[in-house]
Ligand binder design. Structure first.
Ligand code: CP
Length: 306
């Protein structure tokens, strides 16, 4: 049974991940049938508190909540009292006083969702915190894999690119290894944080080694907003040595899934041909995103539904 909040996959039990994915798979089937009017969150309210830009995460949380009948509050941080100096904790207390049942937060500081969760009564869902975690992205990635494979256990997932700044890579590492998959990682040395092997990653010396026999190859967005130094020589060299293209996919299993959390820098992290290729599941990841977020919003609040 899930706890009060979803803050990351590092601390989420495999059984909880399994419960979310099982329900999300059913939600995804409904979405495929264009069923977008469900009663699961009737009378509930969900606040979107995004201190960083977002398209996919914010829109899919909003749609997930609306498809299940919730009231959605979009707090525009740029025009809110945050700009007058209000702290995160005080903003959270204000949303609590307004009887928000769930607060979905994205914040540039790792740990901000945890701080909020300790302060408010509302359920808090981490929609990405700094370089720490992006749990719902990893869950939607796992849902996309599970739908095709039945199970991720025994599968191999190669993750290429800017691992250091990527909360997506870290949440996928925690989640996939908990479910029994092998996670291989390859990044420029400047973009590879220490300690990944201790939490289950297999660090590779080339993108070809990472992709060899892999069931899925995942590119990562270069987080230009989080780069403070020349961590790689040029975008062209990044694409050549750390990007996903047809050359590297030759090493993967035939039909290996091509994945990316988005937004993609075309021609850098993934070649255009690969993005639009037959084995790309990038658009399906977006649909999985709504399903996973529907499942999470329901599971967190269900004990309160009359
Ligand atoms: N994958 C992801 O988090 O995308 P957004 O930044 O558009 O939400």
């Amino acid at each position: 049974m899930l706890g009060k909040d979803i803050l990351g996959l590092r601390d989420l039990a495999a059984e909880d991940i399994d419960e979310i994915l099982s329900l999300a798979l059913n939600m995804k089937k409904l979405l495929r049938q264009n069923i977008k009017k469900l009663p699961h969150l009737m009378g509930k309210s969900a606040a979107m508190l995004f201190y960083e830009n977002s398209t996919r995460t914010r829109c899919s949380f909003e749609l997930a909540a609306k498809y299940m009948g919730a009231h959605v509050l979009n707090l525009a941080v740029a025009t809110s009292s945050v700009q007058k100096g209000e702290t995160l904790v005080d903003t959270g207390k204000t949303l609590d006083a307004m009887r928000c049942d769930v607060i979905v937060i994205r914040h540039p500081m790792g740990g901000a969702p945890k701080l909020l969760a300790q302060t408010v009564q509302a359920h808090v869902v981490n929609a990405g915190d700094g370089m720490n975690e992006h749990p719902t992205q990893a869950l939607l990635d796992m849902l996309t894999m599970r739908e095709r494979w039945g199970d991720v256990k025994g599968k191999t997932v190669a993750i290429l690119g800017d691992i250091r700044h990527s909360r997506v890579a870290k949440s996928n590492l925690y989640g996939l290894t908990k479910l029994g998959a092998e996670v291989r990682m390859y990044a420029p040395k400047t973009l590879l944080p220490p300690g990944l092997e201790e939490v289950g990653a297999k660090i590779c010396r080339s993108r070809e080694e990472a992709a060899e026999g892999a069931d899925a190859v995942m590119g990562l967005r270069i987080q230009l907003e989080r780069q403070h130094a020349g961590n790689f020589p040029s975008l062209g060299e990044y694409a050549k040595y750390y990007g996903v293209d047809a050359d590297v996919l030759k090493y993967a299993k035939e039909g290996a899934l091509v994945m990316h959390p988005g937004p993609v820098n075309r021609g850098v992290e993934l070649s255009s041909a690969v993005i639009d290729g037959d084995t790309s599941v990038i658009e399906d990841q977006v649909l999985s995103g709504i399903a996973v977020r529907m499942a999470i919003l329901f599971l967190l609040t269900k004990e309160e539904v009359a």
